[in-house]
Write a protein that binds this ligand. Sequence first.
Ligand code: 0A1
Ligand code: ZN
Length: 872
Amino acid sequence: MDILPADASPPPQASHITHRKDYQPPAWLVPDAALTFDLGAKRTKVSARLNVVRGAGPRGPLILNAEALELLSVSVGGRKLSADDYSYADDRLTLVIEGDEAVVETEVRIAPDRNTQLMGLYASGGILCTQCEAEGFRRITPFPDRPDILSRYTVTLRADRTDYPVLLSNGDPGELRDLGDGRHEIMWTDPHPKPCYLFAAVAGKLAALKDSFTTMSGRIVALGIWVRPGDEPRCQHAMRALKDSMAWDERTYGREYDLDVFNIVAVDDFNFGAMENKGLNIFNSKYVLADRETATDTDFDNIAAIVAHEYFHNWTGNRITCRDWFQLSLKEGLTVFRDQSFSADHGSAAVKRIQDVRTLRIAQFAEDAGPLAHSIRPDSYQEISNFYTSTIYNKGAEVIRMMATLAGAERYRAGTDLYFERHDGEAATCEDWISAIEDGAALDLSQFRRWYTQAGTPTVNATLTHDADARTATLTLSQDLPNVPNAGGRKPMHIPLKTALFGRESGARLGKERLIELKDAAVQIDFGGIEETPILSINRAFSAPVSVKATRAPGELAFLSAHDDDPFARYEAMQELMSDWLVKRARGEGEDAAAIIDAVTRTLDDQSLDDAFRAEAILTPADTLIVDRIGTDVSPRAVVQARRTLRKTMLSGAGHERLMRIIESGRGGSFDLSPEAKGKRRLRAVALGLLFADPGEEAIAAAAALYDKADNMTDRMAAMTALAGSDTAERVRVLADFHARFRSDANVIDKWFTVQAMAETGDPLATTQHLMAHEDYSASNPNRFRALIGGFAANMPGFHAEGGAGYRFLADQILTVDRINPQTAARFVAPLGRWRRFRQDDAAAMRAELQRMLDAPGLSKDVREMAEKSLA
Ligand code: 0A1
Ligand code: ZN
């Protein structure tokens, strides 16, 4: 693979800021685009014939984005232009066109095998594939690369028959024709006008798992999941998920598929999870291939969720796309909400909610409190690829969820029906969505709109008082909006809070759950007929993405952890108990853990709770959440120490025997993916993890046995993860065995790298550096880089080791990968951007690394934006 040496890198470009308020409709539209590809890994020729007509924007020349292209020819109206007739500079090809329409033809040459950024047309292990969102199409052919230009595509693919027997693109295929010279060709026609970021083409030696789906109106859709020959049987789970998704979208949103073909292709080199190209989704192979020997239950769940996500984009993203990239959450927030609902409907809804909230808090709350805070519809950006954030995706989904909560199921559906009716075939805005929901669901969202413009996580303060004589309770609520960068205003938000009261004596719920709509800065709400001391359960099911600070009497959290009938709230009470303890401990304040031990043992012994819930509830909160709670001047080492102490205390409180019983129970039965079976394995893994807070011989033997006898990857990984964190001979044996067993499977070897990079035993930095020298390590494969370097960045004691060596190491790795793949590099800056949280020495060392990156010659715009904003 070609990697430019440092001194050959282009000089840094001045950063350009794009503002939402500057949106102008396009000067030119492209109703039809005909593309012909003469494909080859070293050289590909792309010929384009575009019908262009003037659009509603200001009259001007036709400007085609063109990046990393070797321009061979340009013609307008059949006349070939000389170099004096056009300008090609700064990645733009500018043509002056006299009339109001024209036929523009271009020919360019590109080098897929030198495309290490994985944007545009690139090679992944012998397969040629494309990635165009957000601005990759301009690296394939000159084109006005913006999402509000919708074109009808015909695509001809020509390639060597032996190297590229399978040729795929969007829409419906024509006949495969032999060209007689060792090559063949096929034409794909997509009848649906689409933005160029949804274009896709794939060529390679691929085999498919095939199936079909009959839509609600009787259309028979041919389904194919294309993978390396031999891997077809490992696509069964993805295929099941695809068919479930198609049925679910018909049932739940009334949305039917609209082509005769739907293909998915898996590739090993991919910047993100997957991409929703029209009729031809391209996936990171990690989110397609699965069988019980190689995929964990989490992998299985992720595969189903991502297959669903990309499929659901067909309506929310493709049929209705985004007018500009500021509207990204229009498709992403909505589609995440849809995939979350799909997963909830196909498994344990409570556990799904708990997991989604955990992700939101770890990734998004941190982002929303830091230097990169932005609203879900930002006002400006530099590099659009840096804006595929947890805020756009996960907070965006929470905002949609709140609308659905406010409307109720039926009215929400009326709102979405109206949205599809109004905007099908258009490039729409977030405002279009909000208006459709307002009109269709009969809601007033005027204040609610602030969720789109204001950044930062609101805090809701809650105090409940009880007047025993009057038999009333009064709930006082207030909201604080944080002062974050790009806050976009700090006016009171419209916050839906599911709330209930419980009786301390009876343990029962007092009356029904209420949906309180907090709109004012502060408010009082009265509850009547409250005879016994009430206990407050608020933000049940996490009905709003806020932090709740409730004034609580001692014992209230323990009460809720035992009695709340909302599983999320019950889980939350346990997390709060543990978080309070950890925060105090990390600050050096002593605290008795009796209430936690009591809650943990009670939860473990409560057979009425399902296993997956019990596992989630006894997990200690992530270190990063404790860091965020403490807020400033945090000693990362003290947080790690506090967590270790708590886990040891929980272990001795719960007792080895109780945990051993859980580990042994239900093993050896036949494997299945039912929620019950998955729950058992999850609880077993969590119990084993807790046992390893202070592992004795028995624990080590149990883990080794679990590893050796495992008939599935979930158990095997649980055992290997536990052992990897211990300083034992079994650690060495099991890690070596795992590598030997799975050496030919890249996605499994990624796990092997991650487990070791995250292990807290020994010197994590030395372990990680040692692994970088392993023959299987490669910085140019994003999965492998994420597995090892991302694993290390998540290793608290390793990354935050005293003296700053972990920070220096991460910065070095970012600089290395920046030369290969700037988008991937930029995603690793965030851990250093958290410096404000930490003690002065740590913070200074983190800042120094951010500065060192900025001073490095040839730094990409992507990393520059992240590092600059992190320091600001
Ligand atoms: N739209 C995709 C996310 C995605 C974005 C950019 C990519 O390439 C750099 C790839 C995928 C989704 O939401 O799944
Ligand atoms: Zn998406």
